[in-house]
Design a binder for this molecule. Structure first.
Ligand code: ASP
Length: 344
C-alpha cells in the first residue's frame, strides 16, 4: 500500500469513527430525553395504613385511571394544558377525592369549591373560589383563563361568570358524600371541644386526612402547565379562600417548572410555595427535588404539605412532609409510579 492510500484509509477510519460516535451519542440523547411527563396528586395528610384492602384498591384504581388520562393526552401530542385539565377533571368526578364530587363540607354544611389552572408557556392563569354549582371547577378556570379579561373570580361573581358559559351546573348536594359528611360532623364536635382555633380545626381534619387534587405536565413542545382543584378544608368558615386558587401559592407554572400543592392552605400561602419552588430552580441553582425538599423541610412544619412538580426537562418530584399523599406519575420513557404512603 502506498503512502497516499494508507493515509486515505487512516483519514476515512477517523472520519467514520467520528460520525459513529456523534450519531451514537445524539441517538442516546434522543432516547434519554423525556419528551412528556405528567404527575398528579389526590391530597396529602395522615392516611390510615388500616384502610381496608377494597378501599385501598379503589384509591389505587382512581390514581391509575387519572395517570392514564394524562398519558393518553400527552403521548398523542396533546398540550400540557389539556393534560392537566383532563386529569383534574377526572379526579373531580371521583368521589374519593376532595374536589368536585366528594368535596368536604364548610362550617355551614355546604360545599364551596376552589380551582386554578396556569399555562407555563404564556404565564396566563384562571382561578375561582367559592363555587357552589359548577360540576368541574377546573374547566371553568380554563375558560376564565382563555376568555375573560380577568384571572380570578370569587363567590357570587364566580357563579355569575359561570352563567355566561356553558359549563355543566349541578345542585350543591351533587358534591355530597357520606364519608365527608361524617368527617365534617367529627370536625364540628372536636372544634367545639377544643375551642374554635384554626389549629384545632386543622388537627381534626388532618386526623382523617385532607384532600385536594392537582396535576402538572410537560408536553412534547416543551410547555409546562399546572392545575389544582379542591373543596378546601373541612369545616372552613364563610368565604375562606385557601392556597389552591391563589396563583403562585397552590398552583404555578412558568417555563422552568409547574407545581401543584396540597395541605394546610394557610401555611402554603404564607410561603407563596409553588412560585417559591419555581424561583429556587430558576434563580437559586436548586434542582427541582432540592427546591421541593427545601420548602417541605425548611419553610413548612411537619404534617403541613405535599407538592407535585415537573421541570422543563421532565424531572418529576412528588414529596410531602405528611405520612401520605395520594399520587401518581408517568413519563415518555415509561417511568410510572402510583403511591399513597412514604414507604411502599
Ligand atoms: N390546600 C387545600 C386548602 O387549604 C386543602 C388540601 O390540600 O387538602 O384549601
Amino acid at each position: 500500500m502506498d503512502k497516499f492510500t494508507s493515509s486515505f484509509f487512516v483519514i476515512s477510519a477517523v472520519f467514520l469513527t467520528a460520525i459513529f460516535i456523534f450519531t451514537g451519542c445524539s441517538g442516546d440523547q434522543q432516547t434519554d430525553r423525556v419528551e412528556w411527563a405528567v404527575a398528579l396528586h389526590g391530597g396529602a395528610g395522615t392516611i390510615s395504613q388500616d384502610l381496608p384492602d377494597s378501599v385501598r384498591q379503589q384509591y389505587y384504581d382512581g390514581l391509575e385511571q387519572a395517570v392514564r388520562t394524562g398519558q393518553i393526552v400527552l403521548r398523542e401530542g396533546g398540550s400540557a394544558l389539556d393534560a392537566v385539565e383532563q386529569v383534574v377533571k377526572n379526579l373531580e368526578d371521583n368521589p374519593l377525592f376532595n374536589a368536585g364530587r366528594g368535596s368536604v363540607f364548610t362550617s355551614e354544611g355546604t360545599h364551596e369549591l376552589d380551582a386554578a389552572i396556569m399555562d407555563g408557556s404564556t404565564m396566563e392563569a384562571g382561578a375561582l373560589t367559592g363555587l357552589t354549582t359548577v360540576k368541574n371547577p377546573v374547566s371553568l378556570a380554563r375558560i376564565v383563563m382563555e376568555q375573560s379579561n380577568h384571572i380570578f373570580f370569587s363567590g357570587q361573581g364566580a357563579e355569575q361568570y359561570a352563567d355566561q358559559t356553558d359549563v355543566q351546573r349541578v345542585e350543591n348536594d351533587h358534591f355530597f358524600t357520606q364519608n365527608r359528611y361524617e368527617q365534617w360532623q367529627r370536625a364540628q364536635e372536636q372544634s367545639h371541644l377544643y375551642s374554635d382555633t384554626y389549629r384545632s380545626i386543622y388537627e381534626s381534619v388532618n386526623a382523617d386526612k385532607f384532600g385536594t387534587v392537582g396535576a402538572v405536565a410537560l408536553d412534547m413542545n416543551g410547555n409546562l402547565a399546572a392545575a389544582t382543584s379542591t373543596g378546601g378544608m373541612t369545616n372552613k368558615q364563610f368565604g375562606r379562600v385557601g392556597d389552591v386558587p391563589i396563583i403562585g401559592s397552590g398552583t404555578f407554572a412558568n417555563h422552568v417548572a409547574a407545581v401543584s400543592a396540597t395541605g394546610w392552605g394557610e401555611k402554603i400561602m404564607q410561603q407563596v410555595s409553588a412560585n417559591t419552588i419555581a424561583n429556587l430552580v430558576e434563580f437559586g441553582g436548586y434542582s427541582l427535588q432540592e427546591a421541593v425538599d427545601y420548602l417541605l423541610e425548611e419553610r413548612l412544619q411537619p404534617d403541613e404539605a405535599g407538592f407535585i412538580a415537573v421541570d422543563s426537562e421532565g424531572n418529576i418530584v412528588m414529596n410531602m412532609n405528611t405520612p401520605g399523599m395520594f399520587r401518581g406519575s408517568i413519563d415518555s420513557r415509561g417511568n410510572k409510579e402510583v403511591k399513597i404512603w412514604i414507604e411502599e
